[in-house]
Design a protein around this ligand. Structure first.
Ligand code: FRU
Length: 507
């Protein structure tokens, strides 16, 4: 089917050294957006945009992996393949418990995937993107495309990425779809009783960041500060390019949804923007490599779990890995919390990390540095979680150097005077595969009670930083040499006290 895509291929050994241990990658093929995330019969299902026959983007189909613990994933056979008429673009999945779609039978309620058919030139709808269905009666392993696809066609070339959920509220009980008109910077909302016939409800946008196209939206309620009687709705929408540090990124809005219309109470700018007010908007992640993030359907205990694609369309097809390309992020549990009088998402790595057998640990208490770099002998590693707390003295800048080789490395630093957290990956290892890859990326960060707390996952080709217990996150790819595993702490222009540093090493 179609052409066999090939990528740029560095040596196999170096490329396999980049294969992460904690993040999902497809065994030997390309992946991008997470799709069809659902928890069903005790199993988490992660479908994803996949090129089954290559490691660059193309032949878009839904790949599939499963997990019981959100930490370890098992690759499954290809779920929904492209065909002569269509590529199978991003979408979501619901468990149709009442068999409203009629795809089920007396004993089995179907899983229904709602995806975008990106129609090929030779198909009946050349160049159109419309929404289609596929269903599974065996718990998500084998799929049948609905014979009357597409079910929602606006004749648009950029109508895609349907996220469907069940609305049960004052306005009734029905399926709601959020999708995008990507070039219009609009999220469009529809409703249905049977997943097959859709009625337009409303549209949202353009608002806040609009310098790129809008893709992969999501809409869900969350309790405010854990209070189930006080729900707010969160609309997430991904933007490419135009993120706060260049390229792909995800923004979100907080507000209300009455069953028809989403009303944002966090909009800063209405309409189209070319101005640079990016720092004022809400971002799911401030790093370069967290895109197309969406949440799971039916997560246990009403939790909201999200996962993103760890890459950036600016250089996605050229990152130096083979035969796979692109990791997924860790799964994150997200909550809505009030901080300094305003609401924002807080994100924590999901799953019970104590179950992953550690390869040892390293601990340091109360160390004061003065304008120096200190290599932490015994803390080296390529796959580890670092928990560190700093209380600044008069240092202008302080932080950690990860994946170092004695001289160079990836800096994760804080500049309290500027109120910034940053990741500097200019000397992180291989950066030559794309001119926009080497970068210093920043996020606003304030001390809490005078201190800064960072949790950082280092996983061979990436770092994921959760700052101030998840109030700010930064996810970035890096490609260090296999021997660059040193961990150092540093201060510039004065003193900083590192209150504690705990390193958990993973096999
Ligand atoms: C986002 C995206 C989606 C589309 C998919 C195609 O990364 O462009 O809008 O459905 O990727 O692979």
């Amino acid at each position: 089917m179609d052409t066999l895509a090939t990528g740029n291929t560095p040596t196999t050994t170096a490329a396999e050294n980049y294969r992460p241990a904690l993040h999902y990658t497809a065994e030997n093929s390309w992946l991008n957006d997470p799709n069809g995330l659902i928890h069903h019969d005790g199993m988490y299902h992660l479908y994803y945009q996949n090129n089954p026959w290559g490691n660059v983007w193309g032949n878009m189909s839904w790949g599939h992996a499963t997990s019981t613990d959100l930490l370890t994933w098992t690759e499954q056979p290809l779920a929904i393949p492209c065909d002569a008429n269509e590529e199978v673009f991003s979408g979501s999945m619901v468990h149709d418990r009442q068999n409203s779609s009629g795809f089920g039978n007396e004993t089995t309620a179907p899983l229904v995937a709602v995806y975008t058919s990106a129609y090929k030139p030779e198909s009946a709808h050349p160049g159109v993107q419309a929404q289609s269905l596929a269903y599974s009666l065996d718990g998500g392993y084998t799929w049948t495309k609905y014979s009357n696809n597409p079910v929602l066609n606006r004749g648009s070339a950029n109508f895609r990425d349907p996220k469907v959920f069940r609305y049960d509220g004052d306005a009734g009980s029905y399926w709601v779809m959020v999708a995008v008109e990507a070039l219009d910077h609009q999220v469009v909302l529809y409703r249905s009783q049977d997943l097959k016939t859709w009625e337009h409800l409303s549209s949202f946008g353009p608002a806040n960041a609009t310098t790129g196209i809008w893709e992969c939206p999501d809409l869900f309620p969350l309790p405010v500060d854990g209070d189930p009687k006080n729900l707010k709705w969160v609309l997430t929408v991904n933007l490419n390019p135009g993120g706060p540090n260049n390229g792909s990124a995800g923004q979100y809005f907080i507000g209300d949804f009455d069953g028809t219309t989403f009303t944002s109470t966090s909009t800063v700018t209405e309409g189209l923007q070319d101005s640079n007010r990016l720092g004022e908007y809400h971002w799911l992640d401030w790093g370069r490599d967290y895109y197309a993030a969406v949440s799971f359907s039916d997560a246990p205990d009403g939790r909201r779990l999200m996962i993103g694609w760890m890459n950036n369309w600016q250089y996605a097809n050229t990152i130096p890995t083979t035969p796979w390309r692109s990791p997924m992020s860790l799964v994150r549990e997200i909550t809505l919390q009030t901080s300094e009088g305003s609401l924002a998402l807080v994100q924590q790595p999901a799953g019970d990390w104590t179950t992953l057998a550690g390869k040892g640990s390293f601990c340091l208490t109360q160390t004061t540095l003065h304008d120096s770099v200190q290599v932490l002998a015994g803390a080296a590693g390529a796959v580890q979680r670092i928990d560190v707390t700093f209380t600044p003295g008069n240092a202008e800048e302080f932080g950690l150097i990860l994946c170092g080789d004695g001289q160079k490395g990836t800096r994760v630093g804080i500049r309290p005077g500027e109120g910034n957290l940053f990741v500097d990956r200019r000397e992180s290892g291989r950066t030559d595969f794309h001119s926009s890859f080497p970068s210093i990326d920043t996020a606003p960060l304030r001390a809490t009670a005078g201190s800064y707390r960072l949790t950082i996952f280092v996983d061979r080709c990436s770092i994921e930083v959760f700052a101030q217990d998840g109030q700010v996150t930064m996810s970035e790819l890096i490609f260090p040499a296999e021997t660059s595993t040193e961990l150092s702490v540093y201060a510039i222009g004065g003193t900083v006290t590192m209150n504690t540093l705990q390193v958990t090493k993973f096999p």
